[in-house]
Design a protein around this ligand. Structure first.
Ligand code: ZN
Length: 316
């Protein structure tokens, strides 16, 4: 099977009450860790590439790695999504590069401008069989060059349910990233957050059957935070979205959950552990290998949290 878009995945995820994991990739080991997890768990998969990943690894390398993952795993539906496209030109380039899904994030613009840019991307993408994720409302935190609102202001920038119908109708987007209190990065909150399930429910009532997306949804797992801090790291205040809230949202209209920080922390924790326990080690395979294995086990766990383990076949 070639790369797929998210249409069938989201249809089944919505209908059967689970969400698809959307994991960010930057290199071969991260991709292999994620793909071996979904293969073992027989889960559908969205691999995401940010603009930062494109400039770090180059699109041709990342696409070649993903093409191998697709070819080697014919039973797993895999979508390649652009994470946080900022302009029409970036999204167009990604459609031309073979992405099967692009996100246009014009959420920092005015409502009218967000509609205009999103519609322009939708028109081009749909002509090429590519689906489009848009964003309404503003997330908190910082991820690469995506700077959101401050932690104290997250609640003031939630998605306005009164805007969603007009936005979806005027743009024709295929899914919508909503701001319901999640936040990018490893330092999302000072105290354990409560997601705005009331906003999620209102949006769902206004747009029944429409797939929603949660960004900034890493949980900052204690296991990896503790390893990082034990082995010379300094992330004492890191805090993420509780996993039970992610499971609850996945059972509702959230069909895609973005996870990046948890991948970074799993890889970093293992590498730190190897460096501290085996300071004479200098073979990259001896630390990248365990890092890749940590990513795999973490992703397997996430697939259970999202409820998408075992769902690959029905998403084909
Ligand atoms: Zn995001």
């Amino acid at each position: 099977m070639a790369l797929v878009n998210t249409k069938k995945m989201f249809e089944m995820a919505y209908k059967n009450g689970y969400a698809i994991g959307a994991f960010n990739v930057n290199n071969m080991e991260i991709t292999q860790g994620i793909v071996s997890a979904v293969t073992e768990e027989k889960a559908p998969l969205i691999l995401q590439i940010s603009r930062g990943a494109r400039s770090y690894a180059s699109m041709s390398y990342l696409k070649a790695i993903i093409d191998v993952a697709v070819k080697d795993n014919p039973d797993i539906p895999i979508c390649m999504n652009l994470d946080h496209g900022d302009t029409f030109e970036t999204c167009k380039q990604c459609v031309d590069d073979g992405f099967t899904s692009v996100m246009i994030d014009a959420s920092h613009s005015s409502f009218a401008e967000n509609i205009k840019i999103t519609k322009q991307v939708v028109d081009y993408a749909h002509d090429h069989g590519v689906v489009v994720e848009a964003e309404l409302g503003q997330l908190g935190g910082i991820e690469e060059d995506i700077v959101g609102v401050s932690a104290d202001d997250v609640a003031k920038h939630l998605t306005d349910p009164d805007q969603v119908v007009e936005f979806a109708e005027k743009t024709g987007c295929d899914s919508l990233a909503v701001a319901i209190g999640t936040s990018h990065g490893a330092y999302k909150f000072k105290v354990a957050p409560k997601l705005a399930f009331d906003v999620l429910e209102s949006v769902t009532k206004k747009l029944p059957g429409f797939p929603l997306v949660m960004h900034g949804s890493s949980s900052v797992l204690k296991e990896f935070k503790d390893l990082i801090n034990k082995y010379g790291g300094d992330m004492p205040d890191a805090m993420g979205v509780p996993e039970d809230a992610i499971t609850e949202a996945s059972k509702l209209s959230v069909c895609k959950v973005n996870i990046d920080t948890d991948l970074r922390m799993a890889l970093t924790a293992k590498i730190r552990q190897v460096f501290c326990e085996s300071p004479a080690e200098f073979d990259p395979r001896k630390y990248l290998g365990p890092g890749r294995e940590a990513i795999k086990e973490m992703v397997r766990h996430k697939l259970q949290i999202l409820g998408c383990a075992g769902k690959a076949a029905e998403c084909v």
